[in-house]
Design a protein around this ligand. Structure first.
Ligand code: UDP
Length: 253
């Protein structure tokens, strides 16, 4: 088979040219990095789990009318996606304080937010993805006011959907990051959810025990990352189990 053309290689994923114009193949690597690439390792199975989980979340979002780049899963590690023009901002939604907000504002980890908080970070590894305000975004032209309004509304819809989904399987959605891209349908530009949604880009805590089931397991050396991600996939019923294919979600009463 002819090698596909590589379009972009990031820390955890590779993008190849897709079979048709306007499409890309997104390949999920087993590589894990933290601290902007300072800590790195290869975690067997992580790529396949994130491919499956991102498919599951994006498909669900599509079902409730939130547009995403996901078209279909191709195999264990690859999915077909719509090519988008990525907006150079990471959109973070927080329900509970953890990570950078604790350091920045001195809030204790685990403190519930009075309401979901939406933050923007500039995608720039050289600058360590600094937090930016809406003023910065508009003044420097990274997005327009209308884009920002649409991004906040998309992010909050993703938050409601994912929070509910996770609650059903006994997991608290502490925070997450999404990336958003522009697509054009004829003359009309619209924003859709792109990149990935997986335990690499969310904080997920067991509701009962607060056990961390996300990339903090790797960031803080708390155990086996693949075990944590497998637990999320198992609870959601997206782990292939035996010849019948897919198991059922574990609903918590
Ligand atoms: N996040 C991410 N990629 C980044 C930075 C953050 O996926 O480059 C996710 C992170 O996993 C967490 C949320 O965004 O779910 C908020 O991250 P935070 O700002 O607390 O940054 P951290 O201290 O985790 O780098």
């Amino acid at each position: 088979m002819a090698r596909r053309k590589l379009v972009y290689e990031g820390k955890a994923k590779i993008l190849y040219e897709g079979p048709e114009p306007g499409t890309l193949v997104q390949y999920f690597k087993d590589d894990a990095t933290a601290g902007n690439g300072e800590k790195r390792d290869t975690i067997d199975g992580k790529g396949a789990l994130n491919n499956r989980l991102s498919e599951y979340f994006m498909t669900g979002l599509g079902t409730i009318g939130v547009p995403t780049h996901f078209i279909k899963r191709l195999n264990m590690r690859e999915q077909l996606i719509r090519a988008v023009e990525i907006i150079p901002l990471e959109v973070v939604v927080r329900n509970v304080a953890a990570g950078s907000i604790c350091e920045r504002l001195g809030i204790e980890e685990g403190t519930p937010m009075p309401r979901p908080i939406v933050e923007f970070y500039l995608k720039n590894d050289d600058l360590n993805d600094p937090i930016v305000s809406e003023e910065h975004i508009i003044a420097f032209g990274w997005a327009a006011q209308q884009d920002l309004d649409d991004m906040v509304s998309l992010a909050l819809r993703v938050n409601d959907f994912l929070s509910g989904l996770m609650l059903g399987v006994g997991i608290k959605l502490v925070d997450f990051k999404i990336e958003i891209g522009r697509v054009w349908d004829n003359e009309f530009m619209r924003l859709i959810v792109a990149d990935e949604i997986s335990p690499d880009s969310c904080r997920l805590w067991d509701i009962e025990t607060n056990r961390k089931l996300d990339k903090d397991v790797f960031r803080r050396d708390l155990g086996d990352l693949a075990d944590a991600y497998t637990e999320v996939a198992r609870r959601l019923g997206v782990m292939p189990q035996g010849p019948s294919g897919v198991s059922r979600p574990t609903l918590i009463n």
